[in-house]
Write a protein that binds this ligand. Structure first.
Ligand SMILES: C[S@@+](CC[C@H](N)C(=O)[O-])C[C@H]1O[C@@H](n2cnc3c(N)ncnc32)[C@H](O)[C@@H]1O
Length: 307
């Protein structure tokens, strides 16, 4: 079962050129892994396995960096002692739990509340006041690739805090946050809206005490919960929801190849209202011709504005 607040080191895992890192000790401390199965030249077997995953689980991998996919899948082959992609595919048919583990390995859904607080602080300083002052009746905020929901709730809390601090608590109903992800299990966790201590590492104490209750699984305040909804959405296949004022897509595009990234920026541009904001992850940026679609607002915190 997917649990939020996974104790894996989030930022160790979020590197698009990763080496298929699994949770566990640092590389230098790990025992040498058993030999990786000799599958690297089996292009047809690899393609057949990806087609099977797409067919069985609606998880289409062709936009992901191939090197990254190969390494991650090799981790599972090694863990299960499968010598070929075909053997691993047969194993998947008889073992639904392995399928879940594989999808976990491929989607990398670790996250935290207010992950990289500096970015949220910058959003709170620049983006939130600008949007709050807009005449729009509703403010549409999309957390694209939201994993177990932490980012979506964190954004709702930023807007909520701004509203109440400015005597506009009666207008919080205009905050409409949509969290989407390709991974259904993550969305189940997101809808549960309860988080363990490990999810709070980046959370300022004031937000923790104001917007969460109970423990050891702390529940999101019902007032915030009501502002956020979740839906399954594949960024590469499903149409982007239009009319967004802010899109946060952090630590997701890093796994996509260059063409897919550019395609996604074009879609985000179309989904944003004029002047709408885009926030990326700390090591992500806009490359290629799509760069002209956005102007940097805070280059360090990867905040952009639709031109
Ligand atoms: C590392 S998490 C990022 C969570 C959060 N945005 C953050 O920065 O903490 C990456 C998420 O992207 C999702 N993802 C990967 N490919 C996707 C796709 N094609 N469409 C939608 N979500 C996708 C994964 O399932 C995973 O939950």
């Amino acid at each position: 079962m997917r649990m939020p607040g996974d104790s894996r080191n989030v930022d160790d895992l979020d590197r698009g050129d990763d080496a298929g890192h699994e949770p566990g000790p640092r590389v230098s401390e790990r025992p040498r892994p058993p030999a990786v199965p000799e599958v690297s030249n089996d292009a047809p077997g690899f393609a057949a396995l990806l087609a099977k995953i797409a067919h069985d689980r609606e998880f289409v991998c062709h936009s992901y960096k191939e090197k990254c996919l190969r390494r991650r899948i090799a981790v599972r082959l090694r863990a299960r002692g499968a010598a070929t992609y075909a053997e691993y595919a047969r194993l998947l048919d008889g073992d639904p739990r392995e399928y879940e583990t594989l999808l976990d390995t491929l989607t990398i859904n670790v996250t935290k509340l207010f992950r990289n607080w500096d970015t949220f602080a910058a959003v709170s300083r620049t983006v939130v006041p600008a949007l709050w002052a807009s005449p729009s009746h509703s403010l549409h905020i999309w957390s694209a690739g939201c994993a177990s929901g932490e980012e979506a709730y964190s954004l709702a809390m930023l807007f909520h805090a701004h509203a109440t601090e400015h005597g506009e608590g009666h207008r919080v109903g205009r905050i409409c946050v949509l969290g989407t992800d390709i991974d259904r299990e993550s969305l189940v966790a997101a809808n549960r809206a309860t988080y363990p201590e490990s999810a709070f590492a980046d959370t300022p104490a004031a937000f923790r005490s104001r917007y969460f209750a109970g423990g050891p699984l702390a529940a999101v305040d019902p007032g915030i919960r009501a502002l956020v909804r979740f839906a399954r959405h594949d960024l590469m296949r499903d149409p982007a929801p239009p009319g967004q004022h802010l899109i946060a897509c952090r630590n997701v595009i890093i796994y996509f190849d260059r063409a897919a990234q550019e395609e996604l920026f074009t879609r985000f541009h179309a989904a944003l209202v004029p002047g709408g904001f885009l926030v990326l992850g700390k090591v992500e940026t806009i490359l290629g011709p799509t760069r002209g679609l956005f102007a940097p607002v805070d280059a360090r915190e990867r905040i952009f504005r639709r031109t």
